[in-house]
Design a protein around this ligand. Structure first.
Ligand code: ACO
Length: 369
């Protein structure tokens, strides 16, 4: 049987956008610590940084905010299309097809443009909220141009002007999700783009990769796990039972990080600041500590620690967002990194075309000429 490598350790390209150092637990966005940006800058400032390579001055920021506010409006035909999907179609697939439907002449040029990146990034949360509210039988809302990106998303979801602490927590989360090197979804986006396809097709590819539980689909499962565990006393037997059955613990382990994911660390602090110490936070802390100890017992030497998804679930739950929109919300952050990578790929493109080792049978007859 062939060794399944999942391209582990393979360097697929150079990037100036982000550094992920799994041994030291470092995450750097274009020369800045991601966890510092998460607590000191807005969504728009960090998006500008990732797209342009430097933080914006006041004028550049004002311009980007105005552009994003303008681009938040969902075209009428897309609203009608969103209304037609049965409730059973998963939101990530709805998002994928919505992005495909935005692929008009203006959005599908080669090479892709920053304007297209801003447009997709700005409208995505509006699409998520439109669908989420429709599914709850609520009327979708129009964006408020005076609100920043994170605040407007919360407003569109809840219909209320959000508290400052909630905006800060969501913004920190979205910023920490924005970029993470050559992860599966970013790689998928770059591969699609490398065929000289377009930004909409590349983002659709990335959304498809993001949907899976081994990538962006994990926070939903983390919440189920924490709800199922329920109390501190049940944590150890529950986790042992899962590991005895060979189940992977959601929110733990990472291909690159062999230490606690720095994003999980930053989100843990942000969650604490936002909700304070309460029973569900205590439970999360206890489950984390117990799981790490048990993972070392069951999988010695694999160095399995908490990843971003564990505290993502805690923070999104504290914001009272429904689990169905956890992965889409992650996507609303990561789309900045995807589009930055898509633009970087286009600027120096060569089609991705790796090889495989054939291990199947050969024809029994000699070569026929
Ligand atoms: N629970 C239990 N065991 C685990 C876990 C886990 N969460 N993660 C890894 N392991 C074990 C594997 O079973 C394997 O054991 P083995 O050597 O006995 O076969 C060993 O650790 C190595 O794990 P791999 O699956 O080979 O690691 P890989 O790098 O392929 O996968 C991944 C990384 C997908 C994140 C994995 O750790 C996992 O499935 N975690 C749970 C899902 C999750 O939290 N996903 C979110 C990741 S963060 C993100 O994408 C934004």
């Amino acid at each position: 049987m062939a060794k399944v490598t999942g391209l582990e350790g393979v360097v697929a390209g150079e990037t100036e956008i982000g550094l992920v150092d799994g041994e030291k637990g470092h995450l750097v966005y274009r020369g800045y610590w991601a966890k510092e940006l998460a607590v000191s800058k807005s969504y728009e400032e960090v998006a500008y940084l990732l797209w342009n390579g430097h933080l914006p001055d006041a004028e550049e920021l004002a311009l980007l905010k105005a552009q994003m506010a303008e681009e938040r409006v969902i075209p009428e035909y897309l609203c009608r299309m969103l209304d037609l999907y049965p409730a059973s179609v998963p939101l990530m697939l709805v998002l994928q097809s919505a992005v495909a439907a935005l692929g008009d002449k203006e959005n599908t040029t080669w090479p892709p443009t920053l304007k297209q990146a801003v447009r997709l990034t700005a409208v995505l949360p509006a699409i998520i909220a439109y669908r989420a509210r429709s599914l709850q039988g609520l009327t979708p809302l129009d964006s408020l141009p005076e609100l920043g990106h994170a605040a407007n998303y919360l407003y569109l979801l809840t219909g209320k002007l959000p508290e400052e602490a909630h905006v800060k927590a969501l913004s920190a989360y979205l910023i920490l999700c924005m970029e993470h090197g050559m992860n599966a979804s970013t790689f998928a986006g770059r591969v699609v783009l490398s065929t000289e396809s377009d930004i909409c097709a590349a983002v659709c590819g990335a959304i498809g990769a993001m949907k899976g539980p081994l990538h962006g689909g994990a926070p939903y499962e983390v919440i189920s796990m924490l709800e199922d565990i329920g109390t501190v006393e049940r944590a150890e037997p529950w986790l042992r039972n899962a590991l005895d059955n060979g189940t992977k613990l959601m929110g733990f382990g990472h291909r690159i990080y062999k230490t606690k994911d720095p994003r999980a660390e930053a989100l843990q602090i942000a969650t604490l600041e936002m909700i304070g110490k309460n029973a569900s936070f205590d439970l999360a802390l206890h489950v984390e500590a117990t799981a790490i100890a048990l993972l070392e017992e069951y999988k010695p030497g694999r160095r399995l620690f908490t990843n971003v998804e564990f505290y993502a679930a805690a923070i999104l739950k504290a914001l009272q967002l429904s689990p169905e929109i956890f992965t889409p919300t992650f996507t609303a952050g990561r789309i900045v990194g995807w589009t930055a990578h898509i633009l970087e790929q286009a600027a120096n493109n060569r089609i991705f075309r790796p090889q495989s080792t054939y291990i199947g049978p050969m024809p029994e007859s000699e070569v026929v000429s």
